[in-house]
Design a binder for this molecule. Sequence first.
Ligand code: G6P
Length: 542
Amino acid sequence: MIRTHPSTPFDDQKPGTSGLRKKVRVFQQPNYAENFIQSVFDVAEREAGSTLVLGGDGRFHNRTVIQQAIRMAAANGYGRVLVGQGGILSTPAASHVIRKYGASGGLILSASHNPGGPDEDFGIKYNTANGGPAPEGVTGAIYARTQEIDRWLDVDAPDVDLDTRGVTHVREMAVQVIDPVADYAALMEELFDFDAMRAAVKDGLGMAFDAMHAVTGPYAHEILEKRLGFAKGTVRNGTPLEDFGGHHPDPNLVHAKVLYDLMMSNDAPAIGAASDGDGDRNLIIGKHRFITPSDSLAMLAANAHLASGYADGLKGIARSMPTSAAADRVAEALGIPAFETPTGWKFFGNLLDAGKATICGEESAGTGSDHVREKDGLWAVLLWLNILAATGKSVDQIAREHWARFGRNYYARHDYEGVESDSADALMDALTGSLPGLPGTSFGPLTVAEADSFAYTDPVDGSLSENQGVRVLFEGGNRVVFRLSGTGTQGATIRVYLERYEPVGGNLDAETPTMLAEIIAAAEQIAGIERHTGRTAPDVVT
Ligand code: G6P
């Protein structure tokens, strides 16, 4: 029998950049997760009896919400739920499973790179039948539904055994507990030259992979150690933990410092890599050479044809607006289109579905391709490995040769975290108000060529997304971008993205902070970060 539980709306269920993210305690309130999931089920496009994919990054509260979602799916007319064993599915693996099994959508339980545990973060994201994050039209409809919801439905059924693979039933609905790794690993074997990589590993190609006690552990053990033959111990922190061992599972230079220090030491293997909580981000560091995510996108795009899955070339390259323009230069050289989208992977979905872009990437450590509809951490690592195996070159060599050919976009992001929301809003409002006066103004040696609040019209469906960050473009291809993070759960995070283009023949091997010093000074003058927030230095530099 279907049970109807009366409920009332919560006013804070508007999905952000990547689904609904809140503190675990917020999600633990009676009806909170249920209201959101029911709202998804109420508005999701699906036929009776369709398949729902369920899985998460293994963080605290994952299993509780999965069990509840299964009972609710049974009451809401789904015919089948595919759930990862142990409640585990990396975000890219979930995207693949949705596509492969023709599901009408999936719920991914994750707060990505945010910390986990009873006092930390949790999240629920809905992906549609194409495997990608729900587009704004759908998240908007979900939010609207949360604001009028008056009941949620479930069936009275015991918990499903999530740790044993196989099919059980909750009422008429089949629940299939699947191997979370198998389908994904098979897809990677289709895209990359595992034989060539295995041979390179045998010849001494070494790596260190930090799974950060998050979801990629089981995937990396299987693919890197078992299938490619990297030595045991290559995968570090490979067991998913509910609190990620107390760390932030964010693969950047702050939270993956141990890996960074290793890669800068003389004991460094050829390549170091890390992935985040839900497995969609990546960090790439060569021996003595950090590769910024923006550069990684450009370098992967320039060399992708070396991997069998991309041997026919790319249809186009897409990047989010704050990501450096390095990838645009590659697209130009390849004679293919370059797209600039707002921040958020969901904006790539239409371009990928329409066959306009093959490779996409973001400065926030996301890279991926049209093999799924999410960014994909291990995919990026494997493409790098494939390129190393095919060329026999080091990461550093690939980077230097790339810059010698295309010039170099020196790049950094400065984050001011936990800023009072009112101050952050005031800063952005003042900045937006000052835009018309900026062109022609000089800040030290830099003169503003153009300044705007970024708006994007989707070339496929014509939808318009406004207020996607403030861009200040200086003459000569230098730039600063200001944006408020859409993924935080407390206060506001101001992100300042700094970029300086150094053309071919220029100073291509300098220290990034030195090269960016003038732009950093200009950014402070333009936005008045200290005046608005009292902060004199960023909390995180990536
Ligand atoms: C998530 C999304 C990314 C996006 C990032 C931006 O990770 O999946 O597509 O780039 O958030 O985060 P922010 O905190 O800058 O809004």
